[in-house]
Ligand binder design. Structure first.
Ligand code: 13P
Length: 282
């Protein structure tokens, strides 16, 4: 059964000592590209949609796209809401068929973040859907997602213990120097290990595009089980699309540039899966 709850993927990643990729989908071509990359790499995969992706695609279309990809796949697939904005959006995603949710309460005070995450977990767990929570505030750039000023605020291990115990989340996204949409040379590895040891949950790192491969490998060794990747997919798509669009100025059919965009995403996703160690794990 290829459509799975995120926890199933995280448990296998925990046992195998690797991480899975959560890849942000903007259109049909990106979805097909991520599904093809997963098939070619024999890798489990998370197809994910953030609020900006959902504003563009529509919640029902997003779920339908993800669920069809899962049905056609031979590898395990989770369909995930990335950076869910509030309880209502989480509920809408559950109703639409998502198998995994992230609720992002990082713009709010800790008590409020905990209270809403708790409600999201209750709803999701009642119907077999997994929840990723987040603590700390990341900086950088991501459309439709809260980002803090400057470098943001790193996750505090003691707060993480309280957050994990009171909410019941299945995975914890952390801020340890990672940034959305920009390159980062290193992470605070000591803090990452301290959080992991304190909460014992699979750790998620957002901002996977700009991290050097050796930093990703070390983070996996320290307990990161999911990386989110968006910018590299956008770049791969646009590079291919624009190259072909410019090569054929008189073209009246968009299919050739769309195909080139799709191929660009396949290459980016396959490379990332190898670094995460998820290739051959399906
Ligand atoms: P990047 O765009 O830096 O890969 O970050 C994506 C992300 O974290 C989505 O939640």
């Amino acid at each position: 059964m290829p459509l799975v709850n995120l926890s199933v993927l995280l448990r296998a990643a925990e046992e195998g000592g690797y991480a899975i990729g959560g890849f942000n989908i903007q259109n049909l071509e990106m979805l097909q590209a991520v599904a093809r990359a997963a098939a070619e790499e024999g890798s489990p995969v998370v197809l994910q949609f953030n609020p900006a992706n959902i504003r563009y695609i529509g919640m029902e279309y997003a779920a339908a796209l993800g669920l069809v990809a899962a049905r056609l796949a031979r590898v395990p697939v989770a369909v995930h809401l990335d950076h869910g904005a509030d309880f209502a959006q989480a509920a809408a995603a559950v109703r639409a068929g998502f198998t995994s949710l992230m609720y992002d309460g990082t713009p709010f005070p800790l008590d409020q973040n905990i209270a809403v995450t708790q409600r999201v977990c209750e709803l999701a767990h009642a119907v077999g859907v997994a929840v990723e929570g987040e603590l700390g505030q990341m900086g950088g750039v991501e459309e439709g997602v809260f980002v803090a000023e400057g470098l943001g605020t790193m996750t505090d291990p003691d707060e993480a213990v309280r957050y994990a115990a009171e909410t019941g989340v299945d995975a914890l996204a952390v801020a340890v120097g990672n940034q959305h949409g920009t390159s980062v040379e290193r992470l605070d590895m000591e803090r990452l290990s301290a959080i992991r040891a304190a909460v014992g949950l699979p750790i998620v790192i957002h901002g996977g595009s700009g991290l050097p491969d050796e930093v990703i490998r070390e983070a996996v060794q320290r307990g990161v089980r999911k990386f989110n990747v968006a910018t590299q997919l956008n770049q791969g798509f646009l590079e291919g699309f624009l190259r072909v669009a410019h090569e054929r100025p008189g073209e009246t059919n968009p299919r050739a540039p769309l195909e080139a965009g799709r191929d660009g995403v396949v290459a980016a996703v396959r490379a990332k899966m190898r670094v995460f160690g998820s290739s051959g794990r399906a």
